[in-house]
Design a protein around this ligand. Sequence first.
Ligand SMILES: Cc1ncc(COP(=O)(O)O)c(C=O)c1O
Length: 360
Amino acid sequence: MTRLDDLPLRDDLRGMTPYGAPQAPLPVALNVNENTHPVPDEVADEILTEIGAALREVNRYPDREFSALREAFAGYLGHGLVRDQIWAANGSNEVLQHVLQAFGGPGRRALGFSPTYSMYPLLTRATGATWVSGARGERYELSATDAAAQVRETDPDIVFLCAPNNPTGTPLDLSVIEAVYEASRGMVVVDEAYVEFAPHSAPSALTLLPGRERLLVSRTMSKAFAFAGARVGYLAADPAVIDALRLVRLPYHLSALTQAAALAALRHAPTMLRMVDDIVAQRDRISATLTELGYDPFESWTNFVMFGGVADPRATWESLYAQGVLIRDVGIPHSLRVSAGTDSETTAFLEALASVDSAS
Ligand SMILES: Cc1ncc(COP(=O)(O)O)c(C=O)c1O
């Protein structure tokens, strides 16, 4: 049998492991920060109608510039943004890949503050760039002074700021973004994949865009919009940045069906987002109950909670698995991460965990 090493694979890809969160068919799946509520019926019907209409013209290539969708994202985001400042792709993973293809690549460096989203190093290395792992504080926080000092020391071409951070849930103050921007000469990507779950009063990095042509704010429809399977991510930045991303995308990368589905979903943004408050309530319930059970949940502004105080994460993970509950072992000592589910999924997780005697 041919092994990977037998192939003339790029030297810098040897030894890498692909992204691989387990996809197990368990009744309660709370491991990849999905929105576990399905798309509301009334919107699903309209999305289907729009996909049906697009299907009748699928013999033609789609709008390469996905103009209507970019217009709709600009309207949804507000902050005076216009179509020329918007980019979109098949999930924010692809958006980030475009950023790395345009601004990373061989001989360049990308910096992120670990632990952070596991795809940043993978995407970075896949473009031939070098990943530099910066550090966070004791509770995974990041201060403006510390982050700026690490940027000055590393001098990266790209900085990834995950706000709020995955897998820890940690909020990020706008002052950190401002300081990192000032300290860097490269592109600064603020990944707001979970921003809809943050307190409504917390300002978005979108407010910092005017006058900062190296600042990029990426978002996704996968989480709050309950659209993970449709694969739609997007980004706001200076129009010149969008021109750069156009250089590396494949022609017609967003299918006509994806564009139609996303447009219909965006037209019903308030309905699509109506479960967000409920998810936030479940997240806070998880944190409170974890504390009662003797665990150490970290502050979270997302739809998941990472918690410490787990004596043997592998054993706890396996015990929950055996009870039909899938959560995530993110490889951080004595810690596990769980997504907030529906009320009954959350109850199933909390009851299963209570039956495991593993708080250290
Ligand atoms: C921080 C962060 N960014 C980006 C993504 C990618 O999301 P998608 O490609 O589904 O838009 C995720 C997914 O979990 C994430 O946690």
